[in-house]
Design a protein around this ligand. Structure first.
Ligand code: SF4
Ligand code: SF4
Length: 163
């Protein structure tokens, strides 16, 4: 007797679940102009494609028009990365007043091991790196995934003097 009750209970639940699914389908069917259900990708790549605001794509280091960035080579992002994706090479220069100063030589970023978690960005105290919205990242050659984020000849942005 118990097994018969169980059978009918599961049958009712299956119909209920089906009805819920059909209800949602019907909603999208009747609100097709209000709800964006699918993207016409890749045809809309350059036109109507919508990337969610919180989407994390590839890591980047913004440079200004003077080829300057905000990275002080503190290595906090390197420490924060759970995958060892970031390796920072530093160099040392001697300033005019004779002090030794560390600066960023190369910011290595292995796109092949990045999980786009954003922990490096959160760890950065200088707002020097961002996750951009780029998502078409596949390559045939994995060596092309080994990137250097600071541009050749770039340097640390000079601090603006407080007035
Ligand atoms: S996004 Fe995550 S995995 Fe990628 S470099 Fe930053 S901390 Fe590492
Ligand atoms: S990107 Fe930010 S956290 Fe990473 S080394 Fe540069 S200043 Fe430090």
């Amino acid at each position: 007797m118990k097994s018969i009750i169980k059978y009918f209970r599961e049958l009712v639940m299956a119909f209920y679940s089906l009805a819920q699914g059909m209800k949602l389908t019907l909603y999208y069917f009747t609100h097709v102009r209000k709800v964006n259900i699918t993207e016409q990708y890749p045809e809309n790549r350059e036109t109507t494609i919508r990337i969610p605001e919180r989407f994390y794509g590839i890591l980047e280091m913004p440079h200004d028009e003077n080829n300057e960035h905000n990275c002080t080579a503190c290595t906090l992002c390197e420490l924060a990365c759970p995958n060892g994706t970031i390796t920072i090479d530093t160099a040392v220069e001697v300033t005019e007043d004779g002090k030794k100063k560390k600066y960023l030589d190369k910011y290595h970023y292995n796109l092949g091991t990045c999980t786009f978690c954003g922990q490096c960005v959160d760890a950065c105290p200088s707002d020097a790196i961002h996750m951009n919205k780029q998502f078409e990242l596949s390559e045939y050659d994995k060596n092309k995934l080994l990137l250097v984020l600071n541009k050749p000849g770039s340097k640390l942005k000079a601090k603006e003097k407080k007035s």
